[in-house]
Design a protein around this ligand. Structure first.
Ligand code: BG6
Length: 363
């Protein structure tokens, strides 16, 4: 039942404020400005021994893991990295005792991710699951974890589970950070920002009609480029993935800094660019990139925190500002709507894109 929405995907996009509330529910500790995660099965002393975090997932779960790695590095200052689970076990990975492995999966049944977990455990490593489906194979196999409580996700392309996964990583990063050197003031800053997220997501969803118009226009392109820097780069990757999956429009994601080292050659009016332009310490660098694209007659759709001048962007979607570490989560929401409305404009099978399955339980 799509609950009055045209597709499950649209319903799930609109369920995100509630999904985030459930992921946060009972987990924020205002007194110590930290997060409580009852299922980690790791005490503070054990967590302090961890020197590295390795995150594994497939598809959108892998990109959510990239946002998670960024959050853990920034808030806890522990090196963290996300890798496709489908590749991991084929390179005879070195499993270290002081690395925490984190498997990400909405369904908890993705074979590649499950096999990576089994490989780590076989070698004596410790694995946490960031999983939506309670009691799923991956959840059962892990040593502990965080359930998303995002509710069932039916549409093949992940939206609310993606957002809830990033929120779960923010909680883990906060918890980790406060065990290490994240100050109480910074902890408070993140706690308040997390509490504000559901309302801010609602605000972005309120711009659906405007994004729908843009999507119809951009869906006609031969392809699209998605660019962002540092925190914005995983947003670009997930945005490109979503567009490819459901609209079949070719999309490439690049770090904005890499454009001039190759893909700038592709820029033309036929290949528009979606640029993530958060109001952070890289704003000026991002604006320079927009200038470089415009100078090559490229079209630009900016996702930003304030309107971008017309000579640098043809269109701009303005999203509410969170704390810089959490901004990626909100910058991603317009890209979900962009992909959805592009797919609808092109008359695609939105909830069941060709050649894809919700959960791939074979290799
Ligand atoms: C893919 C789906 O096959 O599996 C993606 O098409 C999904 O949408 C990926 O992100 C991973 O799934 P899961 O359930 O492990 O998060």
């Amino acid at each position: 039942d799509t609950g009055g929405y045209a597709h499950y995907l649209l319903k799930e996009i609109h369920e995100q404020p509630g999904a985030v509330e459930r992921t946060l529910s009972g987990r924020l500790d205002e007194r110590f400005s930290t997060a409580h995660l009852g299922g980690l099965n790791l005490d503070a002393r054990e967590l302090r021994e961890i020197r590295r975090v390795k995150i594994l997932g497939c598809g959108s779960a892998y990109y959510a893991g990239e946002m998670g790695a960024q959050l853990i590095e920034e808030l806890a200052r522990i090196p963290a990295h996300s890798e496709p689970a489908s590749e991991f076990r084929y390179r005879n990975p070195v499993i270290e005792a002081d690395t925490l492995y984190v498997a990400v999966s909405q369904s908890g049944e993705t074979y590649d991710t499950l096999a990576a977990v089994q490989e780590i455990k076989r070698k004596g490593g410790r694995v946490l699951g960031v999983v939506n489906t309670v009691g799923s194979a991956i959840a059962r196999e892990c040593d502990g974890g965080i359930y998303l409580h995002a509710g069932p996700e039916i549409s093949v392309a992940s939206t609310k589970a993606f957002t809830s996964t990033v929120v779960a990583f923010a909680l883990l990063a906060l918890h980790f950070g406060r065990i290490h050197d994240l100050s109480p003031a910074d902890g408070r800053r993140i706690v308040s920002a997390l509490k504000a997220l559901p309302e801010q997501i609602r605000e972005v969803l309120g711009q659906q009609a405007e994004i729908e118009k843009l999507a119809a226009e951009y869906a006609e392109s031969q392809g699209m480029m998605f660019v962002g820097r540092v925190r914005g780069y995983p947003v670009a990757r997930e945005g490109a993935q979503k567009l490819k999956e459901i609209s079949y429009v070719h999309a490439e994601a690049y770090p904005a800094s890499e454009l001039k080292h190759g893909p700038l050659a592709l820029i033309s009016p036929e290949l528009p660019t979606v640029a993530l332009v958060p109001d952070d310490e890289l704003l000026d660098k991002n604006l320079t990139t927009l200038g470089e694209i415009k100078a090559r007659s490229g079209r630009v759709l900016a996702i930003a925190h304030r309107p971008i001048e017309a000579k640098l962007a043809d269109h701009c979607v303005v999203v509410p500002k969170s704390e810089p570490e959490l901004d990626p989560l909100l910058l991603n929401i317009p890209l979900q709507l962009l992909a959805y409305h592009a797919a609808v404009a092109l008359d695609r099978d939105v909830d069941k894109p060709r050649n894809l399955a919700k959960s791939v339980t074979v290799e």
